[in-house]
Design a protein around this ligand. Sequence first.
Ligand code: AMP
Length: 301
Amino acid sequence: MPNLVVVGSLALDTVKTPFGKVTDAFGGAAAYASYAASFFAKAGVVGVVGSDFPGRHLQLLRQRGISAEGVVVNGSGKTFRWEGYYEYDMNDAKTLSTDLGVFANFKPVLPESFKDAAYVFLANIDPQLQFDVLQQVKKPKLVLLDTMNYWIANKRRQLVEVVKKVDILLLNDSEARQLFGTPNLVKAAAAALKLGPKYVIIKKGEHGALLFSEGSHFSAPGYPLETIKDPTGCGDSFAGAMIGYLAGKGASSEKDIRKAIIYGSVVASFNAEGFSLERMKRLTNNEIDARYNEFQRICQF
Ligand code: AMP
C-alpha cells in the first residue's frame, strides 16, 4: 500500500541540450518524482499513457517498488509528449511543443489501496486533475503541489483553487513572479502564504531553493556540479525526493522539511548528470547520503 500518492505527467520527452539529444525518452513529472521518492518511501503513481508507451517504462518504476496500479493505458490515444531544449543557461527550459494526448480527457480514479495514503504529491499536470486526485485521498497529512508556466498561463483559476488546499506550494522563481504578478520573490511568497499553504518553496535552478513560512525563512544552496548533461526533471526529482523523505519518516515539521529540501537538492543534482532517468537508474542510497553530508559541510560557517 503506497504511503505517497503522486499524480502528474507520464511522458515521452524529446530534449536537446548543449551536451546531447534524446528522442521520445521516458519522462514526465510523475516519472521523475516517483523514481526519486522511491529511495525513501513507497510511492504509487496516478496517470495515463497511450498505446505508444513502451511497457518497459512502467516496468522500470515497478522494479523500484513503485505501484503503477493507478496508471491507465488508454489504447485509443497517444502518450503526453513534451519537446524542449536548453542553451548554455540550463536554468531555462525552452518549450518547443506540448501535446497533452491522452491527458486531455483523463478522469483519474484512485485505486482503493491509494486512498489511505498520508502524503500526496500533486506534480506538474492540469490543476483540475490535481484537484480531482486530492479529493479522493481520505485523510492526507501533507500535500505538496508543483506546477509550471504552461498551467499558470492556461488554467490560472483552477490552479489557484487547488493551491488553497495544499500544505506546501512549490514554484520556480519565474513561475512565482508570473503567478503573483511581482518581480519580488519575498512578496510573491507572502501572497502565496495568504492563499492557504503553510509553506512556500521557491526553486532557483542551480542556485538552490528558498523556504518561506509565516515568520521564518530558510535558504538551501545548489550543489556545485561539475557535470550537467540535462536538467529535465530536476524540479520533479527535487520534489519527489523531498516528499519521499518526509513520507518515509512520517514527518511534517519545519525542521524535517528543511532536511527534506537538502535531500531533494541532492537527488536533483544527480538527475542533472544524465538524460532522462539514466543517472537515477544507477543511483544508490550510499551516494545520496555521501552528497547529503557534503551539503552539510558546504552550509557550515
Ligand atoms: P522539470 O522538473 O520542470 O524539468 O520537468 C520536466 C518534465 O515535465 C518533463 O519530463 C516533461 O515531460 C514534463 N512537462 C513539460 N511540460 C509539462 C506540462 N505542461 N504539464 C505536465 N508536465 C510537463
